[in-house]
Structure formats: C-alpha cells, structure tokens
Design a protein around this ligand. Structure first.
Ligand SMILES: Nc1ncnc2c1ncn2[C@@H]1O[C@H](COP(=O)(O)OP(=O)(O)OP(=O)(O)O)[C@@H](O)[C@H]1O
Ligand SMILES: Nc1nc2c(c(=O)[nH]1)N=C(CO)CN2
Length: 161
C-alpha cells in the first residue's frame, strides 16, 4: 500500500461540511483507506485573490491506486462537490492536493510530487505536521518543508476543531 498525504481546503458554503463530504467520498473508494485526519484550521487566503478565509486540513491515506489514478478520483470527488475551476487560486467548495506519495519525486506538471507549493504554505504544513508518521518525518523533503515553518509567520492560522 502507498502512503499518501493530502491537503484539503474549502472557502465556499459549509466549509467543514464540504471537508466531511470529501472524506466520506474518499472512504467510499474500495482502494483507499483514510488513516488519520488533522484538526480543522481556519486560515487567511494566500496568493493575492481577495476571498473568504479557508478551512484547511491534512489527511493521511493508504491506497493501492497509482498517483494518476488517485488524482483522477480526487477530481471526481471535487466535481461531486460542485468544484468549478473559475479563478486560479480563487474561491472553491473543495480543493484536494497530493502533497506526498510515498517518497516519490515526480516533476510532471500534470502531477508534481511533492506538491510544488508545499514548502511555502503554512496552511499546508501546520496540519501536516500534526498527523505525519515518524518514518515520513525523516524524509528530507519533509524536513526541508518544516524548516520553512519557523521563517513563515505572516499567514494567519487558527485551529478551530
Ligand atoms: N500534487 C498535485 N496535487 C493535485 N493536483 C496537482 C498536483 N500537481 C499538479 N497538479 C495539477 O494541478 C491542476 C490544477 O489544480 P487546481 O485546479 O486545484 O489548481 P488551482 O486551484 O488553480 O491551484 P493549486 O494547484 O495551487 O490548488 C490539476 O488538474 C492537476 O493536474
Ligand atoms: N489559506 C488558504 N489560501 C489558499 C488556499 C487554501 O487552501 N488555503 N488555496 C489556494 C489555491 O490552491 C489559494 N490560497
């Protein structure tokens, strides 16, 4: 089984409800097991678009799907939650990104692993650190990301559940 870490975010409608529905849909896939889910964090929007605060969380899953099959299922989950791709980095009912897939390094623009933005996003790193496995913690890419946590204090983030 592959060990995968996801980042989930929502800033439209019932944000916590959207995250819960996304989890339920992931759990419904016969080849996905949800292992651990972080708390919910209310975070200010990053990236320049003026929009509402997000609720973000991280999730550890195990899967026998390959990375592209997993991405395809994630897109199905996003469209079931009425996710529309209107504005780059804009408001969304749900966004699910693959942060790490085992210790794979994959530079494909269609699926970049580790996720290209993981190192600069406090809203990704704080929930991730809460749930990450000890073995994974030693992965140099994770260590590099965590180093950034200390220097990255400009994003507002508050645990709400
Ligand atoms: N690690 C990854 N996880 C999820 N999608 C990825 C990843 N790497 C590349 N992608 C690609 O990014 C594409 C665009 O994703 P999305 O629509 O969520 O972008 P965006 O919301 O504009 O920005 P962001 O990717 O920062 O969330 C996806 O269709 C997917 O092919
Ligand atoms: N706080 C926060 N800001 C964002 C987020 C997000 O999930 N949380 N997602 C974005 C598009 O990927 C852009 N900006």
């Amino acid at each position: 089984m592959h060990q995968v870490y996801l980042s989930l975010g929502s800033n439209m409608g019932d944000r916590q409800g959207n995250l819960q529905k996304a989890q339920t849909l992931l759990e419904q896939h016969p080849q996905i097991n949800v292992i651990k889910v972080s708390g919910d964090y209310q975070t200010s929007p990053v990236g320049g678009v003026i929009q509402d605060d997000f609720i973000n969380q991280a999730m550890h899953i195990e899967t026998s799907l390959d990375p592209y099959e997993l991405l395809e299922y994630i897109h199905q989950v996003e469209s079931q939650l009425h996710r529309k791709r209107l504005i780059h980095w804009g408001p969304r009912t749900i966004d699910i990104d693959i942060l790490f897939f085992d210790k794979v390094l994959m530079p494909d623009p269609k699926l970049t692993i580790p996720h290209a933005e993981v190192f600069n996003r406090l809203f990704v790193l704080v929930p991730l650190v809460e749930i990450i496995d000890a073995d994974f913690y030693q992965f140099e890419k994770v260590q590099k990301a965590i180093e950034h946590l200390e220097s990255n204090t400009d994003q507002s983030i508050e645990r709400v559940k």
